[in-house]
Design a protein around this ligand. Structure first.
Ligand SMILES: [Zn+2]
Length: 293
């Protein structure tokens, strides 16, 4: 999973952030008063019918264009590029998103000012409760900020940001979107590889699974799952969500298979078994519904 950080001009409107797109009038007023050119962070966490349409600065890295699904950390610029003046609301981390897909430059149908460049499912989009301060110090460290508005980030930096955001209360540790992002990251690197190996080997006779899966400590406590159980459920699903019967939203980069999540009907933490009888393959939106009812 590729991880990028994007640095955007902050939204300086008063009121709840991410509730509406800026109007031409708001844009003019704020840009004139604050001496900035634009503010884009406002649009990157808004969801329309479960989908976020986000902005990226001009000429994003080729790697982004080629990346099938990436993680994005949104931070705000510390200073104005031309004047060098500090920007109010700058140097903060606003949130993280996973499963982002680059779509090229597109004009928003409802606005003649705003363009978007990537989409992300709402169920993978995590705006912090309040922004995490000192973005540069926390995420960039030895980087000369102001150099790029878009760059690749080490996985360790992302984990550091998440740990710090939890510690400072910007996100709750058990937030469902956070859990989903973490499991995507974790699955991506370890579990999905194991699932892929099982699938490649072809033969999956009904695995027995584990009646009492053991726990392993990572960033949060997780149950050690049997990749054969997940692989079996995914193979049986054939890319179709168990609940809505729709195709998976995107193809997983690592497994090259439709992205579905294996859901435990009775959660492992409630004593559920990690067996094929206790799992279904769901799209992220339905998975979210199962958790929130
Ligand atoms: Zn579904």
């Amino acid at each position: 999973m590729d991880i990028f950080a994007v640095r955007l001009i902050p939204d300086l409107r008063l009121g709840t952030p991410y509730s509406s797109y800026p109007t031409e009038e708001e844009k003019r007023r704020i840009c004139n008063n604050a001496g900035i050119d634009w503010f884009y962070e406002a649009v990157n966490f808004m969801s329309e019918s479960g989908l976020v349409k986000g902005y990226l600065p001009p000429s994003p890295l080729n790697k982004v264009k080629e990346s099938k699904d990436f993680v994005l950390i949104t931070i705000t610029r510390k200073t104005h590029g031309k004047t060098g003046r500090a920007i109010e609301g700058g140097n903060k981390i606003f949130g993280i998103q996973a499963g982002c897909v680059y779509v090229g430059e597109k004009l928003r149908p409802d606005s003649n000012m705003l363009t978007y460049h990537y989409t992300c499912l709402e169920s993978f989009s995590l705006p912090f409760n309040f922004p995490l301060s000192d973005a540069i110090e926390n995420i960039e460290n030895d980087r000369r900020w102001g150099q790029n508005n878009f760059y690749e980030v080490e996985r360790l930096a992302l984990e550091k940001v998440i740990a710090l955001a939890i510690k400072q209360g910007c996100i709750e540790k058990n937030n469902a979107v956070l859990q989903r992002i973490l499991s995507l990251l974790s699955d991506d690197d370890i579990f999905n590889n194991e699932v892929e190996t099982v699938l490649k080997n072809g033969e999956i006779t009904e695995p027995e699974g584990n009646r009492q899966p053991s726990q392993i400590e990572v960033l949060v406590n997780r149950f050690k799952r049997d990749p054969k159980v997940a692989a079996y459920a995914l193979r049986e699903a054939e890319g179709v969500c168990h609940d809505c019967n729709k195709d998976a939203p995107f193809i997983s980069k690592k497994t090259n298979m439709p992205f579905l999540e294996v859901h435990h009907i009775i959660p492992l933490k409630e004593g559920g078994e990690d067996t094929i009888d206790n799992v279904v393959a769901l799209c992220p939106n339905c998975h979210r519904k199962r958790h929130y009812g």
